[in-house]
Ligand binder design. Sequence first.
Ligand SMILES: [Ca+2]
Ligand SMILES: [Ca+2]
Length: 228
Amino acid sequence: MRSAHALAIASLALTGAAMGGIDATWPFDLETTGSDVTWDSTTAINPAAGRFKFVYEITAADADGSLGGLPLGTFDVLSMIPPEQLSDVGYAQGPAPVTVWSSHIDAPAPPEAPAVSADVLITVDGSGFAHMSMTNVTLGTATVNVPPFGTVMIDITRIHMSGTITAEVAACAADLNIDGVVDTADLGILLGQFGTDNEQGDINDDDVVDTADLGILLGQFGVVCSFE
Ligand SMILES: [Ca+2]
Ligand SMILES: [Ca+2]
């Protein structure tokens, strides 16, 4: 029983590797007192992929601060980050090197004064290793409860964020749902996003889902997108 079960899992894993799907899940950790910081993945994904999908999720965020020069800390600031920035999805057309996700974050969201703002970039290099960077970091202020002072505005002096990055790859650029084949499911996704700037359906990365993307998809229609 045990060996049959193991075999089934092994063949499933093999199918996943050949057909696309989740290729890597990496924990990330970034900490800054205001300078640029970078994170590099420990393993590589297939740089020859036709399509990359990255999902990042921030699961912890804490900060140190100061009040009139007096060091204070450590505060949980996860709730300060806007929900739409706690998790996001990025797509890119391969092969690598590619930029999968590029954004400017402000936490908390304007018009509140930012506790932290930075440019965040996630890239895959030509060897398949992923890199994340925070640059142009500005640490601002945050309103926190500090006994016995009560609610006070502090200057943020250090911020730390951690979470996970999940990478999926597909052999074909038009395999939008990364299931190993270009079929009606992918066509449905593209048509549902037609006219929008949705990254999933934007196969050629020109910020619009239009007839150019439809042409690429139809050109790959019916193709089994295996790396082998
Ligand atoms: Ca598909
Ligand atoms: Ca497009």
